[in-house]
Ligand binder design. Structure first.
Ligand SMILES: [Zn+2]
Length: 405
């Protein structure tokens, strides 16, 4: 990374002023977490943040998926850059359904509320970024546009739908970003530059069923599912550590004394390596076909049918520790006195990484635990350190002349 601005002193007062805004940032975070945003139903929370950005003076748009987008253009003419934007993404959705009570309870520096950290913290940080990027002295130094994107459908069955839409659109416009930063949850030291890819399948077997004595040779879907589970367990043992496979749910049968008509299992496959993910998926498919054939061998006329339904599909990808984007994030981490830690996760950064766009995911300060549970909590201790790290990073990436090595 090459910087145009030799002295970074101009940034110091700005960072100090935001470090002093801890209480305000936490207030935003709580207000955001209080608005339900189940995956697929993020519009109320999206509207809240959209209004906040408009109040800051941004021109805010949304796309076909429901993502909220603000673009900040440099005020001075950038030199020696290709004009490709930097994109910052934070997901709007939570894993909680609309019925989940979003009660906030405070205990010292801790705030308890479902979604308070994931991604209340990341979204509150986007409110800070929206304000910082309105500052004339920041915009005057920008070497590239910065797009702020609040994404829908990041969690679970959302399958990174919002991020996928944004990158599809950028690709269709021929305006892919130079780099992407996903801002997800609390934290001030981890840098996610390995995107865990996953495929989640429901594998279902169906047969004609019958009486368990009178129709003893009728192909049995539960037997096929059982054989399938045993074979997948062997494959899982052989695939670790580079690939992880788990049968996570199972169901089947109707009566104690009947050959069942149906059975299904859910399988979760994960890897950092797209090729390995493809290979494992192919092997699981072969196992399923074999199990259906084996269970049908005595009465082929009643052969079992099977279906494989995709419940989740997240692409894998990675950049290494020596990539300029990771180096920039590590430098911002060290600048606030933290030791950077590499990590792997499944975030909005999966989408750009799988398409060859450098991307990382980082937290937005503070700490927390029990994400994706009703007991989720966030601790605001030293949260200003993480906010400063994030601001340093985004300003560095926005004002650097070059982002490639
Ligand atoms: Zn998250």
């Amino acid at each position: 990374m090459t910087t145009t601005d030799s002295g970074k002193n101009w940034l110091t007062p700005l960072l100090a002023s935001w470090r002093a805004q801890r209480a305000w940032i936490l207030e935003q975070q709580i207000a955001i977490a209080r608005v339900a945003a189940p995956t697929g139903n993020e519009s109320e929370r999206a509207a809240l943040l959209q209004q906040d950005w408009r109040n800051c003076g941004h021109h805010v748009t949304s796309d076909g998926a429901g993502n909220v987008i603000a673009r900040v253009d440099p005020t001075a003419t950038p030199h020696r850059t290709d004009g490709r934007p930097l994109v910052c993404l934070a997901h709007l959705d939570t894993v909680f359904d609309a019925a989940e009570p979003l009660a906030v309870r405070q205990d010292g520096t801790r705030t308890y509320c479902p979604g308070i950290g994931d991604n209340g913290r990341g979204l509150a940080a986007m409110s800070v970024l929206a304000r910082i990027l309105r500052q004339p002295d920041v915009r005057a130094r920008l070497q590239r546009p910065i797009e702020l994107v609040l994404t829908v459908g990041e969690e679970g069955e959302g399958n990174l739908r919002g991020a996928t839409q944004w990158f599809d659109d950028a690709s269709a416009r021929g305006a892919m970003p130079v780099a992407a930063v996903a801002i997800d949850g609390p934290g001030d030291r981890t840098i996610v530059h390995h995107a865990v890819g996953s495929r989640r399948w429901r594998i279902a077997f169906t047969g004609v069923g019958g009486h368990s004595w009178a129709n003893a040779t009728t192909p049995n879907p539960v037997h096929a599912a059982g054989a399938c589970i045993a074979a997948i367990a062997r494959l899982a043992d052989a695939s670790r550590p580079y690939g992880v496979i788990a049968v996570t749910r199972m169901h089947g049968g109707e009566h104690l004394t009947g050959v069942p008509t149906h059975a299904w299992i859910d399988v979760d496959l994960r890897s950092l390596d797209p090729e390995r993910l493809r290979t494992m998926a192919g092997e699981v498919e072969r196992i399923v076909r074999r199990a259906a054939l084996d269970a049908s061998q005595h009465t082929p006329a009643q052969a079992l049918r099977y279906t494989i339904t995709t419940l989740g599909d997240r692409p894998a990808g990675m950049i290494d520790e020596q990539h300029p984007l990771v180096i920039a994030a590590a430098a911002a981490t060290r600048a606030v006195g933290r030791v950077p830690q590499s990590a792997s996760a499944s975030t909005d950064a999966n989408v750009p990484l799988s398409r060859g766009i450098p991307a990382i995911a980082i937290g937005a300060g503070g700490s927390g635990s029990a994400a994706h549970t009703a007991n989720e909590w966030y601790d605001d201790t030293d949260s200003d350190i993480g906010i400063e790290r994030l601001l340093r990073l985004i300003v560095a990436l926005g004002t650097a002349e070059r982002l490639s090595g």
